[in-house]
Design a protein around this ligand. Structure first.
Ligand code: CP
Length: 312
């Protein structure tokens, strides 16, 4: 594993290996002395061109727990505003002997572009590129599902909301299909469901209650207003009425179905506060699991953990 750019096309064995490595490293995050020397001497740069709370912070914590040096590069105060190109910025950071770039960018394909242009010894991890992929989010979601449900094979998983603009939905669909769940459903208005998504093997539902019948996992998504044309943004009131997850809707689902959300949550838009805070919500557990998953992916890309076989 040289770079970690997306879930699409990765073999099942590699996804399982990431989950198992994260499980081993999870014990580190729970110990009193929260550090292992796996990445001592390595320098990791967080390059976030879009805002982030969970991803940037957990990458930083994960890197520190692996004993790496971490640089949080501030795009807003960098020389990119003076016309420096992305490639020139990369070349300069390379000259500072960095080993790994964690990249979030509004443009789909940005992390792939950087992977094609960095020096051969440098690794790139995609921390979210436009509407395309958010692979470490998908892996921490898979970790959370395995933690609560065990075996993937019998599971029905529903992804609800703005599928069209969601990189989380895309990465999760690829991961769930590769890990062999019984059924993946997407639920939302047709305007927020990509055309042709059924070719990925998912079932499409427009009615929330119908789509949530007999599911084991409910993954709620935020309306990505920043990626919508202003005139096409749905009314919040109407959206909540038809697609908001309320206690009344949750009552109609399996009593052991878990509620997930990648964050940030828009309370009262896609999810009721009482559901987000409720006992079936595993939303904050997802955040905690992000540290172990990001430790695993960074350690694997920097070859700090011997791989069973190099599949990329
Ligand atoms: N889930 C997620 O990517 O959250 P942030 O945008 O806060 O990183």
């Amino acid at each position: 594993l040289k770079h970690f750019l997306g879930i699409e096309g990765l073999p099942k064995a590699l996804l399982i290996e990431i989950l198992d490595t994260a499980t081993s490293l999870m014990s580190v995050t729970e110990q009193t002395v929260k550090k292992v020397p796996l990445l001592r001497g390595k320098t990791i740069v967080n390059l976030f061109f879009e805002p982030s709370t969970r991803t940037r912070t957990t990458f930083e914590l994960a890197a520190k727990r692996l004993s790496a040096d971490v640089l949080n590069f501030n795009i807003n105060t960098s020389s990119s505003s003076k016309g420096e190109t992305l490639i020139d910025m990369l070349r300069n950071l390379e000259a500072m002997h960095c080993d790994l770039f964690v990249v979030r960018h509004a443009a789909g394909g940005a992390a792939h572009f950087m992977a094609q242009h960095v020096a051969p010894h440098i690794s790139i991890i995609n921390a979210g590129d436009g509407r395309h992929e958010h692979p470490t989010q998908a892996m921490l979601d898979m970790y959370t599902i395995r933690q609560y449900k065990g075996d993937f094979s019998p599971l029905r998983v529903a992804i609800v909301g703005d599928i069209l603009h969601s990189r989380v939905a895309r990465s999760n669909i690829h991961a769930l299909m590769t890990l062999g769940v019984a059924e993946v459903r997407v639920i939302g208005p047709n305007t927020l469901i990509p055309k042709g998504i059924a070719t990925l093997g998912v079932k499409v539902f427009n009615r929330l209650k119908e789509g949530l019948r007999n599911v084991d996992v409910i993954l709620m998504l935020r309306l990505q207003r920043e990626r919508m044309q202003a005139a096409l943004i749905p009314s919040v009131h109407e959206y909540f009425q038809y697609y908001g997850l309320t206690e009344a809707i949750l009552e109609t689902t399996h009593s052991d179905a878990i509620v997930m959300h990648p964050g940030p949550i828009n309370r009262g838009v896609e999810i009721d506060s009482s559901v987000a805070n409720g006992e079936r919500s595993v939303i904050l557990q997802q955040v905690s699991n992000g540290i172990a998953i990001r430790m695993a992916v960074m350690a694997m890309t920097l070859k700090a953990i011997p791989e069973l076989k190099d599949t990329r």
